[in-house]
Design a protein around this ligand. Structure first.
Ligand SMILES: Nc1ncnc2c1ncn2[C@@H]1O[C@H](COP(=O)(O)OP(=O)(O)OP(=O)(O)O)[C@@H](O)[C@H]1O
Length: 258
């Protein structure tokens, strides 16, 4: 099962130590949210898990194997819409699906692509070009692609950061539905966000990173029952208490480094 084990990880860019002695275990099927002030190394840590960069010291194990490079076992969704603009929506999906499922027939892959576009509420848009879609629609296609390739792990870096509040709320619900509906084979998700409410709504745990250098400051288990309904949970006293605690943790760093 696909857990993540981060052991004594340091990351330096030249002289600058960005991540310092990170130790963190994320269990299979967890939804871990990274929060922290800008520059605390959230994206850097996600890129190390993705295998896009290597740590300066220490190691990261995914499914008990050291991460050396990117792999199809780890789907990624970034803030910028990572679709190829010169390919249709369908070809964008087929490109990823063809790599993930090389033995499936093209007609099966087209069916999978269509099914996931329907699942994200965009049936029948296969022949559209990314430039013809709104930002929220493009991000939904990116989510469809990430779930369609059926990797056991999903790494998301502020995937909704550029979206308006209503679209963002819809996509939070969509990701939660897709994640919850996978039952026992639930994906392990790492999700970077600036938004503490988003982290508490989505996560099974929130990992708070501090600044200079980036280090794990606190890990908070989030045990609110699911499904979590935004309209009620935002008024729940325990939710408000955790949210305020997270905001205090973030503010400590911001005030210290002003
Ligand atoms: N490729 C790079 N080369 C040099 N320095 C880098 C590089 N990538 C990130 N950094 C530095 O590493 C530090 C952490 O950056 P990172 O993007 O991981 O933080 P973050 O917490 O994700 O920030 P934000 O919330 O603003 O996205 C920053 O000081 C940044 O300038």
């Amino acid at each position: 099962m696909y857990g993540i084990d981060i052991q004594n990880v340091n990351l330096a860019y030249g002289e600058q130590l960005v991540l310092s002695d990170i130790n963190l275990a994320i269990s299979p099927g967890d939804f871990a949210c990274f929060v922290g002030p800008s520059g605390s190394g959230k994206s850097s840590l996600l890129r190390l898990i993705a295998g896009l960069n290597r740590p300066t010291a220490g190691k990261i194990l995914v499914d008990d194997k050291e991460v050396m490079e990117p792999g199809l076992d780890r789907g990624v969704v970034f803030q910028e819409y990572s679709l190829f603009p010169w390919f249709s929506v369908q070809d964008n999906l087929l490109l990823a699906l063809g790599q993930a499922l090389p033995h499936e027939s093209k007609s099966n892959l087209k069916k999978i692509a269509g099914d996931y576009l329907t699942a994200v509420g965009l049936p029948g848009i296969e022949q559209k070009m990314p430039g013809e879609l709104s930002g929220g629609m493009r991000q939904r296609v990116a989510i469809a692609r990430a779930f369609a390739i059926n990797s056991p792990m999903l790494l998301m870096d502020e995937p909704f950061g550029a979206l308006d509040a209503v679209t963002r709320a819809k996509l939070q619900d969509l990701v939660l539905d897709l994640w919850l509906n996978q039952g026992a084979s639930r994906k392990t998700v790492v999700f970077v966000t600036h938004d503490v409410e988003e982290a508490l709504l989505l996560g099974t745990q929130v990992v708070v990173l501090g600044l200079n250098p980036g280090a794990v400051k606190e890990i908070i288990a989030v045990n609110f029952p699911r499904p979590r309904i935004r309209e009620t949970i935002y008024h729940d006293a325990a939710f408000i208490e955790l949210r305020n605690h997270l905001i205090d943790l973030l503010n400590e760093d911001i005030v210290k480094h002003l």
